[in-house]
Design a binder for this molecule. Structure first.
Ligand SMILES: *Cc1c(COP(=O)(O)O)cnc(C)c1O
Length: 707
């Protein structure tokens, strides 16, 4: 690896710290804050300027800063510690998978349209991508025989800016490959991997890159290469850009091209995991391979199915990808011949009636051609069984073979260093190895309240600073004068709300009765402040209006200084929020939140959830580890649902949340609050971690299908 790093022009690294480039070229650094800290300390302002990207940092850092670091005894000692930790991680042979399944020969391939690894690699848009990134990182921690496949999207997902009126603007910038920790992938013979996929009237080429995520590899494809036509070069330029036509082409490259990439790499998966339906064309390619070898289609169908796992994430019917038959005719006209079936037989594999007519539905394709399928929380499993019951004639809803594996979060990626310090002192040095064992966390419940409170306050101070800096940056950019009112207060109860501004998430529910909310936030004894963040899909006009509504509220008298909207919700903003606020608010319209994971990140850091009983929360809520808004009844009248949920939310803020937070003892500590906060950690950290989640995928799904 060291050799390849000389391909790009790095500032020469003093010989005593040359391993810095090895660290930069493995995304292991992304979940090891002591590693990112090394880079930051060399030149803090450069680190912010290049937005936390170690490769770009090493290309741009000044020689004198590196030399100074290499002469700083403390820095060098920390460098040695980080390098030793990295080497120990990579060399560890006592990993969970090796210990548990010493003779298992499985090989897992995980396909996803997006991966949230780190803010410096913006190839994710929201929860789906973050989950995929966390899945890959945990696959590394558990040392699974695992590879992941996706797109590199040189222009990433858009960056969000709000104009003077709070209207969302989308900014796209192009990444330079020299700034990404990616190597051209190579075949066993040493050739670069370029795959070909037939599109109508042409062949498209995709070059494959290797990214090291700890012990596992993420392969990302890029179509911006010669000899593709300009429009094909744009195909993978942006995440979720383009129209339906481009979407089919993109998904063809992901599914079909992805299989071909693994073949060229000499990888022979025994498990094919489709994370959402975007990659489902891969099953057609696997069937085509078998038919080409002489296997009859029906038998090929069964063989492919026997190796495939599919995770559905979308309880909103419109959120499931489905294409018109015209489009499928255009893109697959020659494909059914290769499968040895007719057009009608082909269409019937994935046919779903939509309000606009018959469609070829990716979820149907994936469900039909996978042996194991799951939703992402218990409640979502139920919703999915009811949504897809029509596919299983004769089965009662309970018999529909869609199970659930509840999502979790990669703890090391989301845990604040300050809380890590606390857990290490209370739970022991090796707590991370045991984090999914509920008994481990009991010791925390009995730990010192004042120390716990101070750790939380320390993190809140960091957040308040972060909020002020981000707002100041926006004011500078817009050329507007600094605001007259004080922004945020270190001692005020702070509520966080950050998520995609999809309308079902109801970001504006809180403003149903704005006067009541003003009274709650401005209560002199028990004040509250709020921070919002989130992007709307560029084509989602109602979502953009929600953002503008929240922004306008934040400027209104009574809310100004108490409610802020932060631009550009990404993994960096997410970390600041899920580590720094006091309460995490979630108000989706039940039952449209498949799981939700941001609340799990918050709980892990000791931030209790105040949430609708949707997604993961009904499984986690115990009555003492946070608050439940509303109940589990079903509403036919959505206005009634919104009204009731809002009323209950106000009631909880007034009667439960604020009183608990401000119930201080002589030392300024609220024992009541600390108990809730510790309960949030003890009940959620083990259960809603990717550690527990991935072991479930392995034990219940992967090894069931792997032969
Ligand atoms: C965790 C996370 C999400 C997903 O959060 P939900 O609770 O599912 O809404 C989305 N975006 C970012 C940047 C995240 O870190």
């Amino acid at each position: 690896m060291g050799a390849s790093s000389t391909d790009v022009l790095f500032t020469p690294v003093p010989s005593c710290i040359v391993r810095l480039s090895d660290i930069a070229y493995n995304y292991w650094w992304a979940w090891n804050p002591s590693a990112t800290d090394l880079f930051r300390r060399v030149d803090p302002s450069l680190w912010e300027e290049i937005y936390h990207n170690p490769i770009q940092f090493l290309r741009n850092v000044r020689q004198k800063n590196l030399t100074a670091a290499s002469n700083d005894a403390q820095w060098v000692a920390d460098y040695d510690t980080v390098v030793a930790a990295f080497d120990a991680y990579m060399a560890n042979s006592q990993t969970w998978f090796k210990r548990t399944y010493p003779t298992q020969k499985a090989s897992i391939a995980y396909f996803s349209a997006e991966f949230g690894i780190h803010e410096s690699l913006p190839i994710y848009s929201g929860g789906l991508g973050i989950l995929a990134g966390d899945h890959v990182k945990e696959a590394s921690d558990l040392d699974l025989p695992f590879v992941a496949v996706g797109f590199i999207y040189p222009q990433g997902y858009f960056r969000q800016r709000l104009d003077h009126s709070g209207w969302q603007e989308a900014v796209n910038t192009k990444m330079s490959f020299a700034d990404i920790a990616a190597f051209p992938a190579r075949t066993p013979n040493g050739d670069e991997v370029v795959v070909e996929v037939e599109l109508p009237g042409r062949t498209i080429y995709a070059k494959v890159y290797t990214l090291h995520i700890g012990r596992v590899v993420l392969y990302l494809m890029d179509t911006d290469i010669h000899p593709n036509s300009p429009s094909d070069r744009e195909l993978s330029a942006r995440l979720y850009g383009g129209d339906h036509d481009m979407r089919v082409a993109q998904e063809l490259v992901l599914g079909v091209g992805g299989v071909r990439a693994l073949r060229q790499l000499g990888i022979a998966p025994t498990v094919w995991h489709m994370n959402e339906g975007h990659s489902a064309f891969l099953v057609l390619e696997l069937a085509r391979e078998l038919v080409a070898k002489g296997v009859p289609f029906m038998q090929a169908f069964e063989q492919v199915k026997a190796q495939a796992v599919f995770t559905t994430h979308t309880p909103v019917p419109a959120g499931n990808d489905a294409f018109s038959l015209d489009l499928i005719d255009k893109y697959f006209a020659r494909y059914w011949d290769k499968l040895g079936i007719s057009r009608d037989e082909f269409m019937n594999i994935a046919m779903q009636q939509q309000s606009w007519g018959p469609s070829f539905a990716m979820t149907v394709l994936a469900l039909r051609l996978s042996q194991m399928h799951n939703g992402v929380s218990k409640l979502h499993g139920e919703v999915a069984r009811s949504m897809w019951q029509w596919l299983y004639p004769g089965a009662t809803q309970d018999e529909v073979p869609i199970t659930s594996v509840t999502n979790g979060v990669h703890s090391a990626s989301w845990l604040a260093p300050k809380m890590n310090e606390l857990y290490t002192s209370v739970l022991g040095k090796d707590w991370y190895d045991h984090l999914d064992e509920p008994a481990l966390w009991e010791a925390l419940t009995k730990s010192d309240d004042a120390t716990f409170w101070q750790s939380r306050m320390h993190l809140k101070n960091i957040l308040v600073q972060f909020v002020r800096e981000r707002l100041a940056q926006r004011h500078t950019r817009l050329g507007s004068p600094p605001v007259a009112w004080p922004i945020f207060d270190n001692n005020t109860l702070t509520i966080g709300f950050a998520r995609r501004f999809a309308t079902y998430k109801r970001a504006t529910l809180l403003f149903k009765d704005a006067d009541r909310l003003k009274a709650i936030l401005n209560n002199p004894e028990r004040p509250i402040q709020m921070v919002f963040a989130g992007k709307a899909h560029p084509a989602d006009e109602p979502g953009k209006h929600f953002i503008q509504d929240v922004y306008r509220r934040s400027q209104e008298s009574g809310f100004a200084g108490k409610i802020v909207f932060l631009e550009e919700y990404d993994m960096c903003v997410a970390r600041a929020l899920v580590q720094g606020v006091d309460v995490w608010l979630n108000t989706p319209r039940r039952p449209y939140e498949a799981s939700g994971t941001s609340g799990q990140k918050a709980s892990l850091n000791g931030i209790p959830n105040l949430s609708i009983l949707d997604g993961w929360w009904p499984e986690a809520y115990t009555g003492t580890n946070g608050w439940a808004i509303g109940d589990e009844r079903h509403y036919d009248n959505l206005d009634e649902q919104d009204w009731n949920d809002a009323q209950h939310l106000y009631h909880l803020l007034e009667q439960e949340v604020a009183p608990a937070y401000y119930d201080r003892n002589a030392d300024g500590v609220s024992a009541r609050w600390v108990a809730i906060s510790k309960a949030a950690i003890a009940t959620c950290a083990p259960q809603f971690s990717t550690r527990r989640m991935l072991k479930e995928y392995v034990n219940r799904l992967y090894l069931k299908v792997s032969k």
